[in-house]
Unconditional design. Sequence first.
Length: 552
Amino acid sequence: MGARRWWLGTSSKWAATAASLWIQCTSGPAYCFGIYSPLLKSSQSYDQSTLDTVAFFKDLGANAGVLSGLLYSSSGPRSVLAAGAAQCFAGYFLMWLAVTGALPRVPVPLMCLFMLLAAHAQTFFNTANVVTAVHNFPSYRGTVVGIMKGFLGLSAVILIQLYRTLYSGNSSYFLLMLAVLPAFLPLVLMYFVNVHSSYGGDNKQLLDGFSLIALIIAGYIMALVIWENVGTMGSPARILTFLVLIMLLSSPIAIVVRGHMRDTRIQFETSSHERILLTNDVDPSEVTGQRESDALPPRKSCLKSDSSAHWHEAPERDAQMPRTVENLNILQAMWTCDFWLLFLAMACGMGSGLATVNNISQIGSSLGYTSVETSTLISLWSIWNFLGRFGTGYISDYFLRIQGYARPIFMAITLGTMSIGHAVISSGLPGALYVGSILVAVCYGSQWSLMPIITSEIFGLRHFGTIFNAIAIASPLGSYILSVRVVGYIYDMEASTSDKSTCTGIHCFMLSFLIMAAVSLFGSIVALILFMRTRMFYKQVIVAKLQHSVIL
C-alpha cells in the first residue's frame, strides 16, 4: 500500500517539474555545434559559407516549433516528447554516419536536412516542458520559464562534460552520443510530464529550491570549466567530478518528496474540513463557491492530468491575467502590432546571438586562440546563457510583482547590453572575446526567457505553445541574415585575399560584429516601443495577480 501511495505521489506537478528539468539537461545539442562543426567542415570539405548554411538549418530546426505547439494543443506533452525523441535520434545518427564515412559523401542539401531534423527535436522537448510548467505554476511563470530555459542553457556544457569524460578527443563519438542520450531520456521520463491540479499553498519556497539547485549546478560546472582551462584534469578526477555532477542533478528528488508531502497534507486538511461541514448539515459549496464567484469567473481545467484528456479544452480566460486579456489563436495574434514588435526584437537579439555562437570556434581561431580555449569559450557560453535565462525570468518576476515594471523594459535593456558585447568582440583586443561573449550570452539567454513569458501574458495561455514557437521563428530568420549573409560572406571575402582558405586576424570578423552591434541596438529600440505600448496592460496584470493571490 505504501509503495502504491508513493507511486501515485510521483504523478504530481513537482514530479513533472523535476522530470522536465532532467529532459532539459540534455535537450540542447544544437548549442554544441561549435564542438563538432570543425569535424563537419573537414570531413565534408565545406567552406565557411557552406558551414554557416548548415548552421542556419540547425537554427531553423531548433526554433521553428509551430508543429510542436500544435501537437501539444491536440495531444499533450507526452506525444510531443515522443515525436522529439524520434527526430533527435534520426537526425544526429544520420549525421554521424555521414562524418564517419559509413555513408557516401552526402550532398549539402541532404546534410542540411539531417541537421534540420536533429535540431527540430529541441523545439518539441522545449515546448512540452515549458508549456507544462507554465500551466502548473501560472502565478510564477517568470520563475518556472527561467528555470526551464536555464537548464536548457546548461545542457550544452553538461553534454560536453559527459563527452570529455567518456570520449574526449573524438568528436564523431560526440555526434553518436547526441543521437542516443537526448532521445532516450525523454522516452523514460515522459510519463511524469503532465499538467496537474493545484492544491493551494505557497509554491514559491519549493520553486526557489529548484532555483537554488540550478545555481549550485551552474557554479559547480563553471568551477570545472575553469579548472580544465588552467590545469590538467586526469581521467580519475574527470570521472569523479562527473559523478558529483550526477548527484547534483539528482537532488530535485528531495523537492519532489517535500512537495508531495505538502500537497497530501493540504488535501487531507481540506477533506477533513469538508467532512466537518457535512456533519453539521452545511454544504461546502455554500462556503467556498460564493467567495469564488464574487471574485473571478470559475476556470475550466485547461489540461487534464489523465492521459485521455481532451487537450483542446483550454481555459476561457487566464485567471492570472486582467479580464481584458483574451486567449488569442495564432492568426489573431499575428494581426496585432505587439506580435510583430516582439518578432522583430527577437530577430535582432536571437539572430545576432546565434551568429556569435555558431562562429565562435572560427572567431577564436582567427584571433589565435587554441582549441582548448575555444572549447572553454563554448562551455562558458552555456553558463552565461543559463544565467541570462534563469536570472532574467526570476528578476522580471520580482520587479513585476514588487515594482510594477513591465517585462519588455528588460528586453530593451538586455538588447542594448548585447550591442555593447558585439562591439567589444569586434575590437579584437586581448581577452575581448571572453568579455564580449559573456555579455552576448547573458543577453541572448535573457531573450529566450522573456519572450515566452511576455507571449503568455499578452496573448493568453490557450494557444501559448503555438504562438511563442511562431515568434521563435524570428531566431533562425535573423541568424540566416546575420550568420550566412553577413558573417560567412565577409569571412570568405577576407579569406579569399590570402593564399589560405582560412582567415587570420582582427579584420576577419570586425565588420560583421559592428553590423550586429547596430542590429542589436535597433532591436533594443523596438523593445522599448513594445514597452511603451504595454505599460498600462502590465499595471492591470499586477492588479489581477494581487486579486488572485488574495482569493487563493
